[in-house]
Design a protein around this ligand. Structure first.
Ligand SMILES: O=P(O)(O)OC[C@H]1O[C@](O)(CO)[C@@H](O)[C@@H]1O
Length: 423
C-alpha cells in the first residue's frame, strides 16, 4: 500500500558531509568550473570571475545578483527566493535552490548574459557536440533501421525505453523491461516501477478512444490537425532534460507518436539557457534534428517527420523561464499551469525534473506518487533514471529488495529507472 501521509517530508539540504548532495556542491561544482575554464580561451576578466565562483563554492556565501543584471531576471530571482537566501552558505539552503543558482552564477562568470563577445555562448557546447558526434551516437541511430521490422507495439515500447534510458545517455532501444541491468546478483529489475500501460491508455493509437483523455484540450483555439479526436487534439507536453544522446531518443519518440497517430501535437519544453551542464536548449534541439537528418536511413525519416511538424506548427518548442527556476513545479506560474492543464499528458524527463515534480524532499520511498503529484494540473508521467536521493511510489517489497541488495547507491547511480504515471 502506498504511504498516503500528507505531512511533507524534510527538504533536502546539502550540508551533510559524505552525503550525495554535499558531494555535488563541494566536488562536482568546482569540477564543472574547471571544465568550463578549459573549454574556451576566456579572457582574464572571465577567468577571474570563474576563480571567484570557485572560491565561493568552497566557503563563500550566495551573493545577490549583480546590479547590472537584466531587470526582469532580477525580479524573477527575487520571486524565487533570492532575498531569503542571499548571504547564506551554499550548503545551508535547499539543495535544489543552491544547485540551480550555481548555474546562473556560472553563466554570469563566463559573460553569457553580456554584453560582450561571450554573450549567448553556451559554455557546455563543446561537450554537447562531442557527445552528439560520438561514434556511439552513430551506432544507436543505425540501430533504428532494425526497429522497422518489429511489430508496431514493440517499436513503440523500444522507443519509450530508448527515451527513458537515454536519461543515462544510454540510447539502447532496449526491448526488455529489465533495461541495462545492474549485474547478475541484482534481485531488483532495473525498472523499479513501470506504469507504461497507463501512459499508453492516455495516448491510444489513432482511431481508438482514450478513456482518460483530457477533455480540456486546446481544440477551441488551436488549429485543426488530422486525426483530431472529438475531445480535441491529443497533445503531449514533453519536458525535456539533457541534450545529445537523451534528446535524440526523445525526438524519435515524439516523431514516432506523431507518425502512429497517438498524438496530434507536441510541445517540447527545453531550458532558456544552459543549465545543469547538458540540459537541452533550443539550439540543442536544432543540433539534434540536424544530426538525425545527417544520419540517413530510418533516423532521417524520423527527423524529416519532426521537421515538417515543426514547420506546420504541430510541434512547438518552448523555453519558459520557470524551466530554470530553483523551485518545485508545485510553485509553477499560472501560464505554465494552464499549458500543462491543456495537455493530454505531460511527460517529464530525467532526475532533476523528477525532483521538481514531487518536491526535492526526503520522502519515504513508499509515498504515493499520485499524492505527491496531486497538485499537477493534468495527467503527468515521469521517465527517469535514479540519480539523486528523491524517490516515491515504490512498493514496500521493491524498497526492501533494493536495500537488501546491499548496493547503497541504487538511489543515485543511474542503474535503476522508473516510469510513473498519474492520470
Ligand atoms: O540530467 P538529470 O537526469 O536531470 O540529472 C541531473 C542530476 O544531476 C544532479 O544534480 C547531480 O549533480 C542530480 O542530482 C540531478 O538531479
Amino acid at each position: 500500500m502506498p504511504d498516503t501521509s500528507s505531512e511533507p517530508a524534510p527538504v533536502i539540504i546539502g550540508n551533510e558531509p559524505g552525503a550525495f548532495p554535499h558531494g555535488v556542491l563541494a566536488e562536482r561544482h568546482p569540477a564543472i568550473i574547471r571544465q568550463v575554464r578549459d573549454a574556451f580561451p576566456y579572457d582574464p576578466e572571465r577567468r577571474r570571475a570563474l576563480d571567484a565562483l570557485l572560491a565561493s563554492c568552497a566557503d563563500g556565501v550566495i551573493e545577490p545578483l549583480p546590479v547590472d543584471a537584466d531587470a526582469r531576471d532580477r525580479r524573477r530571482w527575487a520571486d524565487w527566493g533570492m532575498d531569503a537566501y542571499a548571504g547564506r552558505s551554499w550548503f545551508d539552503v535547499p539543495w535544489l535552490w543552491a544547485e540551480s543558482h550555481f548555474y546562473r552564477r556560472l553563466l554570469d562568470a563566463v559573460g553569457y548574459f553580456g554584453p560582450g563577445v561571450w554573450e549567448g555562448l553556451d559554455p557546455f557546447r563543446p561537450a554537447k557536440l562531442a557527445e552528439l558526434d560520438a561514434p556511439e551516437t552513430d551506432e544507436e541511430l543505425a540501430a533504428l533501421d532494425a526497429l522497422a521490422d518489429l511489430p508496431t507495439d514493440e517499436r513503440t515500447r523500444a522507443l519509450l525505453h530508448g527515451s527513458l534510458w537515454g536519461n543515462r545517455a544510454d540510447l539502447g532501444f532496449r526491448l526488455s523491461d529489465s533495461g541495462p541491468g545492474t549485474g547478475t546478483k541484482d534481485r531488483v529489475p532495473a525498472l523499479v516501477t513501470d506504469d507504461s500501460d497507463v501512459l499508453w491508455s492516455l495516448l491510444p493509437p489513432a482511431g481508438t478512444s482514450a478513456s482518460g483523455r483530457s477533455a480540456s484540450g486546446p481544440s477551441a483555439s488551436g488549429p485543426s490537425a488530422a486525426g483530431t479526436s472529438a475531445t480535441g487534439p491529443t497533445t503531449l507536453c514533453l519536458v525535456a532534460d539533457n541534450a545529445g544522446r537523451e534528446l535524440v531518443p526523445d525526438l524519435l519518440l515524439v516523431s514516432h507518436l506523431l507518425g502512429r497517430g497517438r498524438i496530434d501535437r507536441a510541445v517540447l519544453h527545453v531550458k532558456p539557457y544552459p543549465y545543469y551542464v547538458s540540459d537541452a536548449t533550443p539550439a540543442d534541439v536544432l543540433d539534434a534534428l540536424r544530426r538525425l537528418g545527417a544520419a540517413g536511413g530510418a533516423a532521417a525519416v524520423y527527423g524529416d517527420r519532426l521537421w515538417t511538424a515543426l514547420t506546420d506548427g504541430r510541434v512547438t518548442v518552448r523555453a519558459h523561464p520557470f524551466s530554470c527556476a530553483p523551485l518545485p513545479y508545485a510553485d509553477m506560474p499560472d501560464d505554465l499551469r494552464a499549458e500543462f492543464a491543456a495537455a493530454t499528458v505531460t511527460v517529464l524527463k530525467g532526475d532533476l525534473n523528477y525532483r521538481r515534480l514531487v518536491g526535492d524532499r526526503w520522502w519515504s520511498p513508499t509515498t504515493s506518487f499520485a499524492d505527491a503529484t496531486a497538485y499537477f494540473p493534468g495527467p503527468v508521467a515521469a521517465l527517469r533514471t535514479l540519480k539523486s536521493d528523491v524517490i516515491t511510489g515504490l512498493t514496500a517489497d521493491t524498497e526492501a529488495a533494493l536495500v537488501a541488495n546491499g548496493e547503497q547507491r541504487w538511489r543515485t547511480s543511474g542503474t535503476h529507472a522508473l516510469i510513473q504515471v498519474r492520470r
